[in-house]
Design a protein around this ligand. Structure first.
Ligand SMILES: Cc1cc2nc3c(=O)[nH]c(=O)nc-3n(C[C@H](O)[C@H](O)[C@H](O)COP(=O)(O)OP(=O)(O)OC[C@H]3O[C@@H](n4cnc5c(N)ncnc54)[C@H](O)[C@@H]3O)c2cc1C
Length: 314
């Protein structure tokens, strides 16, 4: 089995490293930062395909990840994954592209006796695994044999020469732009507001992306709720600071949904590493490099499916 270096310790790097170890490889993760300093820590982080492509592949990766996360929720509660019921409001009753990945998906229609929130006529209900990044990321790390080495990699080619690794897996998210010069990779800014539960049901998640300029989600965790959000294309050096205006907008959208969250605990923001297609392939010029980046708003939704494909490629 190969000695493999995984670059990146967000959800994509850590799940890739775990799948590779399970396949019997000798794995070392190297990352400029881990835990709270990654985009992954800023995520909601519920299973839901959003801002990701291409649909046919994303659907398969998402289906594999859904099964894996569901198993973790049942077998390893210490991983910080739980199953919640999600209601996704919809403009019309067309079946969503991610339906093939979602067993038990059912359409709901607004009625006078059971109206859907915010004037929606339709919605989709399904069981969705939700990760809690401050618990899940350290849990993934704890499953690995070698401690993560913290340092910035300046060149993937030089890293191969230096480590003599049989393979280097590039899981650097937005950092891949500098490492590979990939101009298709773009940053999409997102902000969340984390509140005490208040009167929000912690077994239920609500999402509404009918109008992307006013998108909304309420993702419950074990003792708090993540309210979001926004998806603004931006330069990848945009600071991940939060704004008061967006916090106020998110809280007023929550009120319009009929939700009554508790006090604001903190705010958070991050840059989604978006690409029209996730890049999961061997590098055309150096076949010891495998790329796995560009998961947009769906890193937690696709992580295991992509990790298994990386292991299969190796
Ligand atoms: C507000 C918000 C809400 C979100 N909600 C959800 C959700 O509900 N569900 C979902 O599935 N997804 C969600 N996402 C998207 C998800 O967070 C991302 O898709 C995911 O975090 C990408 O993971 P990653 O590991 O590729 O990148 P990152 O988490 O950014 O990790 C990249 C890693 O690479 C390292 N790195 C980068 N460059 C270098 C270098 N040169 N040398 C060494 N190391 C390097 C970094 O230090 C880091 O360790 C959300 C994102 C945001 C911002």
């Amino acid at each position: 089995m190969a000695r493999v270096v995984v670059v990146g310790a967000g959800v994509i790097g850590l799940t890739s490293a775990l799948a590779l170890e399970e396949a019997g490889h000798d794995v070392q993760v190297i990352a400029a930062a881990k835990g709270n300093s990654t985009t992954s820590a800023a995520a909601g982080a519920i299973w839901y395909p959003f801002k990701v492509g291409p649909p046919e592949k994303a659907s398969v990766w998402a289906g594999t990840t859904l099964r894996w996360l569901t198993r973790l929720a049942k077998q390893s509660p210490e991983a910080g994954v739980d199953i919640v019921e999600r209601t996704e409001l919809a403009q019309d009753d067309r079946t969503p592209w991610w339906a093939p990945a979602t067993p038990g998906l059912r359409k709901v229609e607004s009625t006078d006796s059971k109206p859907l929130p915010n004037g929606a006529r339709f919605g989709w209900k399904f069981e969705a695994p939700r990760c809690d990044p401050p618990v899940f990321l350290p849990w993934l790390e704890s499953q690995l044999h070698c401690p993560i080495e913290i340092r910035r990699v300046l060149s993937l080619g030089a890293l191969i020469a230096e480590t003599n690794a049989g393979a280097v897996i590039n899981c650097t998210g937005l950092g891949a732009r500098t490492l590979t010069g990939d101009r298709e990779l773009q940053a999409i800014y997102g902000q969340t507001v984390i509140t005490a539960p208040g009167r929000i049901d912690l077994a239920h998640c609500l999402g509404d992306e009918r109008d992307e300029s006013r998108m909304f989600y309420a993702i419950p965790r074990r003792a708090e709720v993540v309210l979001g959000g926004c998806a603004e294309l931006c330069p990848d050096d945009r600071p991940t600071t939060t704004t008061r205006a967006m916090t106020d907008a998110i809280l007023s959208r929550a009120a319009a949904m009929g939700l009554e969250p508790g006090p604001v605990l903190r705010e958070s923001a991050g840059l989604r590493p978006y690409r029209p297609s996730v890049r999961l392939e061997r590098d055309p010029d150096e076949d010891r490099i495998i790329h796995n980046y560009g998961h947009g708003g769906s890193g937690f939704t696709l992580c295991r499916g992509c990790a298994e494909d990386v292991a299969a490629l190796l």
